[in-house]
Design a protein around this ligand. Structure first.
Ligand code: GLU
Length: 496
């Protein structure tokens, strides 16, 4: 039975990179069958916060992922929060100590740091020099008498004969193929800290072993940890899982995108009104491709096609423009009823009570070309409040041609009553015939007058959304404003 886990540390909201790791684990299990475990790695008490655990779970669910074992759903190998498993790590550490595979180390943080710096200054690798490996009982007692609390180090080379000291450790990565590590560069590493909590390595290995994880799929930033983990698995007598290290995500300027730097958090995308399926689609292109240059793919199709061996070895490139390009497609196709629910919290105060049918028409008219709902709201500003035109725009609209357009449209609306306005028949054609105006010369000033902008949704939608009364009010106001300007003022404005 395949068992995978996503193991975030609740030190902040999850970012695109972490969410992609979760997604590839989820796709792997969905494609092959098996169990997806969510495990919270909160042994770093100073940086962890339970609020983030909840946030991470909310974000993963929002993205459409589910897990069969985890902090909230339980499971046979719980608890699934590391801070609740301390006795379990202590038991394993005890076992290693008894078997002579671990030993207490009395070096203090400042001593270690000093030696590290000295080694670097001499051009040596800054690894631990294993000096506490062979302390006598008397030496240990003396250190303890000084009040030093020992950490516990794993004795590299104490594992089973499969990896003799000084040999290369070899493993097959499902993405990167056969990898070799030279163990002679490795110092004995900490498995339990002086405060009795496990190191990251110890907690990960004990949990992966006891939770019967079969495949570890995680970011390439963990690749250098893997040899240490394999040594611990073997020393503890557990079978090692298979590994797949996902390529890093390079940021826009070639910098590495991690949860600490770079792309936005899932929370940020959510707040901006991106649709989750767009983010999921984008994330799965960060290292994987459905093939045949296909880019837009529904999650269920991705599950069907997903093959972990086809994940690329080279870094994926984070391209916000591509994300927006995909997001636009999803937004354009989304059910408007669903979008109404999502957009209401983003609306300005006072606009929240707007009629649903109006809101639906507004969203449908404004969404083309936009990647998220907060941009839809921004581009709908003209609808919620009358635009205030700056001087340049007033000058544009005060030209003779523009004034002909505005007065003609106002007259047409008055004549039509509440009848439907046909932009071509009622507006463009008469002005082309009478005033010799090209369609652009008609539409540009009209759009500017009604919305305050030279781009935006179709004019027919603008007119119908504002309603005849709304359009007439805006046109009358503007015509009056232009009328108040005398020729001199316009000339002055034109020159500035
Ligand atoms: N807690 C680690 C992290 O957030 C993941 C450890 C792992 O996947 O082995 O980077």
């Amino acid at each position: 039975m395949i068992r995978v886990r996503f193991a975030p540390s609740p030190t902040g909201p999850i970012h695109l990179g972490n969410a992609r790791t979760a997604l590839f684990n989820w796709l792997f299990v969905r494609h092959n069958g098996g169990v997806f475990i969510l495990r919270i790695e909160d042994t770093d008490v100073t940086r962890s916060d339970p609020r983030y655990t909840q946030l991470i779970m909310d974000d993963l669910r929002w993205l459409g992922m589910d897990w069969q074992e985890g902090p909230d759903v339980g499971g046979p190998y719980g608890p699934y929060v590391q801070s609740q498993r301390l006795p379990i790590y202590q038991d394993s550490a005890e076992k290693l100590l008894e078997e002579g595979k671990a030993y207490p180390c009395y070096c203090t943080q400042s001593e270690l740091e000093e030696r590290r710096k000295a080694a670097l200054a001499r051009g040596r690798p800054p690894r631990y020099d294993n000096r506490c490996r062979n302390l006598s009982e008397a030496e240990k007692k003396a250190f303890e008498a000084e009040g030093r609390k020992p950490s516990l180090r794993f004795l590299v080379g104490s594992g089973p004969a499969t990896i003799p000291p000084g040999e290369k450790l070899v493993f097959e990565d499902m993405i990167r193929g056969k990898l070799e590590f030279n163990l002679s560069v490795l110092g004995d590493f900490v498995i339990m800290k002086a405060d009795g909590t496990p190191s990251f390595h110890m907690a990960v290995v004990v949990d992966d072993a006891l939770m019967k994880v079969t495949h570890v799929i995680r970011g390439e930033d963990h690749l250098s940890n893997t040899p240490l983990h394999i040594l611990l698995f073997e020393a503890l007598g557990f079978p090692r899982p298979r590994y797949a290290h996902l390529p890093m995500i390079a940021g826009e300027e070639g910098d590495l995108l991690s949860k600490r730097a770079g792309a936005l958090s899932i929370q940020d995308y959510r707040r901006q009104g991106y649709l989750p399926e767009a983010l999921v689609n984008y994330m799965l292109l960060l290292g994987w491709s459905p093939g045949q240059k296909q880019e837009k793919i529904a999650p269920e199709k991705a599950v069907e096609k997903f093959d972990i061996h086809h994940i690329s070895k080279s870094p994926a490139h984070f391209d916000p423009k591509k994300l927006d390009w995909l997001a636009e497609k999803y937004l354009r196709q989304a059910d408007p009823e669903r979008l109404i629910e999502l957009i209401v919290p983003l609306l300005p105060e006072g606009a929240k009570r707007i009629e649903r049918t109006k809101l639906k028409a507004l969203v449908e008219a404004v969404r083309p070309g936009l990647p998220n709902l907060s941009q839809v709201v921004k581009e709908s500003e003209w609808f919620f409040k009358e635009p205030v035109l700056d001087e340049d725009k007033i000058v544009t609209l005060s030209s003779d041609k523009s004034q002909i357009v505005l007065t003609h449209v106002l007259k047409t609306l008055e004549e039509l009553g509440e009848g439907f306005v046909h932009v071509y028949n009622n507006i463009i054609q008469p002005l082309a015939e009478k005033g010799g105006l090209a369609p652009k010369e008609v539409m540009m000033p009209l759009r500017l007058a009604l919305t305050g902008s030279t781009h935006g949704p179709e004019l027919v939608a603008v007119i119908s959304l504002l309603g005849h009364e709304g359009c007439k009010r805006r046109l009358r106001k503007l015509i009056a404003q232009i009328g108040r300007l005398n020729k001199n003022e316009i000339n002055i404005l034109k020159k500035t």
